[in-house]
Design a protein around this ligand. Structure first.
Ligand code: HEC
Length: 228
């Protein structure tokens, strides 16, 4: 009768979700995602993955969060909030399977309580294979495009929904739905937080969005935050 033991073990894993010590078995290179064809963030199959635009936001919104791998909590000594910190330990350029951080996310063990999407896992795998470089300013952003579907929802899912979705959404703010975004657009908190205006909590916590992304959001809010 092993079930109660398993249950206790499972609860312990959940309880210590951010301090787990479980060593993961060898994960085959590129494992974790079933969906090997799609790419994220508007990149195409033959363009390089952009660290700043594609990879960093995943770490910031899914790993560098309070109690886990932010600069304060440093769970297991990992701080995953900027290029230097992310690559100094657990990333082996050119070799996803030899990268401890990649193995944890490809196995779904990290982040606790729900792994990354296969698209996100594949992006990180590709970035490591391409040499885990600090590529910046590589994503084209067109500030004249500011519809909800083409710009706003994409910015939110890249940079914000790791913290702001589901039943535990940070600050009770859900940015994975139009109505959730519309609420903070209309009450001024969205632009206030993004532009770090006095009286608002600066968002995202890891650093500001690009000027182009902020401008897209400001224009959309000024147009009445339509569901277009
Ligand atoms: C790492 C987690 C995290 C990420 C990523 C994040 N937020 Fe937040 N956000 C929080 C937390 C936690 C709070 C609540 C802070 C508090 O109430 O003390 C918050 C609060 C807010 C607020 C309310 C601020 C205020 O002053 O009223 C807004 C608006 C917001 N976030 C928008 C965003 C947007 C937009 C993004 C993406 C560009 C984003 N957040 C990314 C964790 C995050």
């Amino acid at each position: 009768m092993k079930k109660p033991i398993l249950l206790v073990a499972a609860m312990a894993v959940l309880f210590f979700a951010c301090q787990h010590q479980v060593a993961s078995p060898g994960i085959p290179n590129g494992g974790g995602g079933n969906d090997t064809t799609s790419s994220g963030g508007g990149i195409t199959a033959d363009s390089l993955v952009c660290f700043e635009g594609d990879v960093l936001p995943i770490f910031v919104s899914s790993c560098a969060i309070g109690g886990c791998h932010d600069s304060k909590s440093k769970a297991e000594g990992y701080v995953l909030d900027n290029f230097e910190n992310i690559t100094k330990r657990g990333i082996k350029p050119g070799d996803p399977g030899g990268s401890e951080i990649y193995r944890q996310i490809a196995s779904g063990e990290m982040p606790p309580g729900g792994g990354l999407s296969s698209t996100q896992v594949n992006l990180i795998s590709r970035w490591i294979k391409e040499g885990a470089k600090n590529t910046t300013n590589c994503n084209s952003c067109d500030s004249s495009v500011f519809t909800y579907s083409a710009a706003i929802s994409v910015i939110m899912s890249t940079n914000c929904t790791g913290c702001h979705s589901g039943s535990n959404a940070s600050g009770g703010i859900n940015l994975s739905t139009y109505s959730g975004i519309k609420t903070v657009a209309d009450n001024g908190h969205l632009v206030g937080a993004l532009t770090q205006a006095p009286g608002f909590i600066a968002m995202p916590p890891g650093g500001m969005l690009s000027d182009c992304n902020i401008s897209q959001i400001e224009k959309w809010v000024a147009a009445g935050a339509p569901n277009n």
